[in-house]
Design a protein around this ligand. Structure first.
Ligand code: ADP
Ligand code: MG
Length: 186
């Protein structure tokens, strides 16, 4: 028997976030770039949501969204691809957690997998408490989705204290606007 020519694809969910340099355009462009990744097919994209920033650093509001991606990549290959896109969006990692960023791409869920590697934890360890992840996720995933190690999406949503915090942003004509270059105002 010969090996299949194309490896089977699995479903992954990716969280997107930005709060610098035209966040809406950063997130929309990143969705298109995810769709163009080798070995990946973008299935569904959530609306964009505005979310107050987390943590101790004073910074602008975030724009967040979630997409589903059918992929033949391994989890580590997919993480490397996400980090490559973050770099292309000019993200600088200076070690500040929760600091402002042009683009944050988190691997939220990878099929039924649970992984604990030094640089990759799947499902994403903060997923269950983050309304800016669960609310957009619920827009594109079945509410009965079983998140490995965490339980059903609908139960996680029901347990959120701040379920109403993410504000769904209306679609606008400006949504198609290009990301400004480095000289343009944020
Ligand atoms: P956060 O998204 O929590 O604000 P960062 O984007 O700066 O933090 O990521 C910090 C580190 O988290 C990365 O270097 C990456 O290796 C690690 N990491 C662990 N699990 C994941 C995951 N599921 N998705 C994305 N990054 C992850
Ligand atoms: Mg991240």
């Amino acid at each position: 028997m010969t090996a299949p020519e194309h490896p089977a694809s699995v479903m992954a969910y990716i969280g997107l976030g930005s709060n610098l340099a035209n966040p809406r355009a950063q997130v929309r462009r990143a969705m298109d770039e995810l769709a163009a990744l080798p070995g990946c097919t973008l299935c569904l994209r959530s609306s964009l949501y505005a979310t107050p920033p987390l943590g101790p650093v004073a910074q602008p509001e975030f724009v967040n969204a979630v997409v589903s991606l059918a992929t033949t990549l391994t989890p580590l290959e997919l993480l490397a691809a996400l980090q490559g896109l973050e770099r292309e969006h000019g993200r600088v990692r200076d070690g500040t957690r929760w600091g402002p960023r042009t683009l944050d791409l988190d691997l939220l869920i990878f099929d039924e997998l649970q992984l604990q590697l030094p640089g990759l934890i799947v499902p994403h360890p903060e997923l269950a408490k983050r309304s800016f992840v669960l609310v957009p996720l619920a827009e594109i995933a079945p509410v009965r989705l079983l998140i490995p190690g965490h339980g059903r999406l609908q139960d996680l949503l029901a347990a959120l204290p701040d379920r109403d915090a993410p504000r769904r942003l209306p679609e606008t004509a400006a949504a198609a606007a290009a990301v400004p270059g480095p000289q343009a105002p944020a």
